[in-house]
Design a protein around this ligand. Structure first.
Ligand SMILES: [Zn+2]
Ligand SMILES: [Zn+2]
Length: 442
């Protein structure tokens, strides 16, 4: 190799490193996280519950994500020997904008090419009143109950609407915990086939008229009963909620989405697992330690103290192995597995727009290409194929190489953050960019 080439390639346009440390978001987290952690018990425990260990872990890993000093791969062109460095990434959900974006792209593809059939669908949103949201914040296992109940309501509806023996409904559901201004607002997005499937794959569409309001009373009843059963609320609270003109429970249902609009389905699939916040809507005022966050339509802004902002974001970090996406009914993992084994009926539903089916492997390189519109494994100089020739993890060697190249990644005069110890093992990092996502753990 020649390190000269490396130095030169630093100035070319190819995908190298994202330099996350220069974004206002990163700066806000880096400036404030340690203070946040120290003051958490006194300031936030009462409002948000205890500080879950996963929160610190995810945040420190985010601060390390994409930073060359924490390790990198050397990527080299087979033809012209051009070479560059690629930093490891944290692969975490929600908190890291870059890693979450890769997951969203991977999920959109996976849902369209492997799960959703070429039949009409509808997009449902199930939401709950403010007064009971806090229970879900303090006990995240309730989110699973929320999913279960919404699905019970929908599958019951579709079984009736299709009214054909032996048909099963089908859906992908996704839990979101955030509202527009980052508050804790647990709700469900469900992409549901607008009808039912028989085992052999035949689809029976439901009638076109669907009154989503008719689903709300059953959803409300089941959810409130669950909370009573768990001893969280009393019958008195149910009476109170029932006496309101608007109960705060809501079931939204979109118009029918017709098959063959593959792009809109993929966009919708991406939408249901979107990140809890958008970097584009955020400005950070480091002097006064405040974050200004714009509403989605830009008409409103909220002015957060930086620590309050981090507290809000932290509440949207899922626990380890917490399942946020579920495949249900005919789309469930069990049913899909069975069909794959039998090789049955799948051909009937191959998505006709084959852009998703070409090269179905969800490789990291392809996802980067999809998001950043550059392919990290195509040589920017000669168009040749690049490959990973080494993974560097020894800090002494890393430091030597980066010093030699004159790469100084730190915003201020401080030693590199030695936070790798927070990861389970180095493998957590090293593999991140090179393994496929586990799609069920979104
Ligand atoms: Zn080349
Ligand atoms: Zn990351």
């Amino acid at each position: 190799m020649s390190l000269n080439t490396l130095a030169v390639s630093k100035n070319t346009k190819e995908y190298r490193c994202r330099k996350p440390q220069y974004s206002p978001y990163y700066q806000c987290i880096e400036d404030n996280y340690e203070v946040f952690e120290r003051s958490y018990d006194a300031k936030y425990q009462e409002k948000f519950g205890y500080l879950r260990p996963i929160v610190s872990k995810v945040i420190y890993q985010y601060l390390d994500c994409g930073i060359l000093h924490n390790g990198f791969a050397r990527v080299k062109c087979n033809d012209c020997k051009n070479e560059y460095l690629l930093a490891f990434s944290c692969k975490r959900r929600h908190f890291c904008p870059s890693c979450h974006a890769k997951r969203v792209a991977a999920f959109g593809e996976f849902a369209c090419s492997n799960v959703l059939k070429n039949v009409p669908h509808r997009h449902f949103v199930f939401s709950i009143p403010k007064i009971i949201r806090i229970y879900f914040l303090f006990d995240r296992t309730l989110l699973k109950e929320l999913s279960r109940i919404a699905w019970e309501v929908l599958s019951l509806y579709y079984k009736n609407a299709v009214n054909k023996k032996g048909t099963a409904p089908a859906a992908i559901s996704s839990i979101q915990t955030f509202g527009d201004m980052l508050g804790f607002n647990p709700h469900l997005h469900i992409l549901c086939a607008d009808g039912g499937f028989k085992d052999n794959g035949t689809f029976y569409a439901a009638g076109k008229d669907l009154n989503a309001e008719s689903l709300e009373p059953l959803f409300r009843h089941k959810l409130l009963s669950m909370l009573v059963k768990r001893g969280l609320i009393t019958e008195r609270v149910i009476e109170l909620i029932s006496s309101w003109y608007h109960s705060g429970f809501n079931v939204y249902c979109s118009d029918r989405i017709y098959p063959r609009s593959a792009q809109s389905m993929e966009n919708l699939a991406r939408y249901i697992i979107r990140a809890s916040f958008s970097q584009e809507r955020l400005s950070y005022l480091s002097e006064s330690s405040r974050v200004i966050y714009k509403s989605k339509d830009g008409s409103d802004t909220e002015d957060f103290d930086s620590l309050d902002f981090i507290a809000c974001l932290s509440s949207h970090i899922p626990n380890k192995n917490e399942q946020m996406v579920r495949y249900l009914g005919f789309y469930s993992n069990v049913c899909r597995g069975k069909r794959k084994k039998q090789g049955s009926a799948e051909s009937e539903y191959v998505i006709e727009d084959d852009s998703y089916n070409k090269g179905c492997s969800k490789s990291w390189a392809r996802l980067i290409k999809k998001i950043y519109e550059v392919d990290p494994l195509v040589c920017p100089k000669c168009g040749g194929k690049m490959r990973i020739i080494a993974l560097l993890e020894d800090y002494n060697i890393i430091k030597k190489i980066l010093d030699w190249l004159g790469i100084d990644e730190f915003r201020r005069d401080r030693p590199p953050p030695k936070r790798l110890a927070v990861a389970d093992s180095f493998d957590d990092y090293a593999q991140n960019d090179y393994v496929d996502c586990n799609y069920s753990d979104f």
